[in-house]
Design a protein around this ligand. Sequence first.
Ligand code: FE2
Ligand code: FE2
Length: 376
Amino acid sequence: MVRQITKDDMYDAVAPDDFAAMIEVDRYAGRATAFDKIISATHDHFWDPLDKKYIDFDVSFDLENEPLIPEDFVPALQTKLVDEHLSGKERTRFINEVARWQISAILHGEAGALALSASLVHILRDQGAQEYAANQAREEARHVTAFSKYIQSRWGAPLPCGPTLKTLLTEMVNAPEVYKKIVGMQMLVEGLAMGAFATFFKESNDPVMRHLMQLVMTDEAFHHKFGKIWADRTVPHLSEEEHNIVEDWAAQCFQTLLFNLVNPEQMKELYADFGLNWEDVMAAFLEVATDDERRKRMEESTDIFRVLIKTLLNAGIITDRTRDLYATYVNMDELRAEGDTMVGDAIAEEGIGFLQRVNFGKDEAYSLNARATAAE
Ligand SMILES: [Fe+2]
Ligand SMILES: [Fe+2]
């Protein structure tokens, strides 16, 4: 039995196969205006991954000799086992294969976001909300193309989706409940993505990757806002029982994402390729990953779990019921004091400036591209 939790008419939903409800005469009367600005902004930050004036995937990178990302972003290298096992070119290859796995996970996430926003079009009755979702689907489609092109240019093909992420994405895409889709995808996966993109943007050694991250972020910053609007209009009106349902779903998604990112079982083929057994790597992880160390890593404001927790906290979804689950990883009071500026907003804004110049101006059109290359 499907249970929709609807507190604002603009999120009213029908069953995915109930197209008849979409052509009922009455339903055309309703069109929320809450998303109009996001929908019209899409023209300002338009970009095309197949057009070199926005991004050039033919710029090469020396994968054999240069690591794409710093060693800090490869948790396995913090363990004694993996650290001592790999050196020289094999170590560089390992770092770059981990980066390939991470970017592939992002690509699968983008495919999930595309299918999910399209699925919202099938169930949301409000025309404004539907147009928002259709617009997001279009933007997610270009992210799928862009990450596919990037992976092709660097490695030829992506790595398969880890089983945990695959299960979660499938559940969200197929869920008929609006709250599951919005909390799971718009708030958590999109929040995780913003944190990951910001990190890659700041730390990657590859100018093409950095530029790609910034372009994607110009779109994602708005997707994240859609989740925030839902939360603002829904969370304060939930009954205790409804709040528990939403809070538990958020905690379940959070734990799944955390597990996917840190558990070596999710990338066992990759370890095998380097002569490492994933169970040994897991044991090595348990030796070093004390909560204190994790907490230290989380102090970086771009830390992806931190971004996730902040998203849920600002939305009012976390209460004392599940607080301890998150407090293990981050100082909750400190996080609350930071307010609701999201990591990555400034990067996205700068990216939009670049796109406005490319789309509407002539002079500085290539400056950001040039800057990304010059910073190398
Ligand atoms: Fe996306
Ligand atoms: Fe998105």
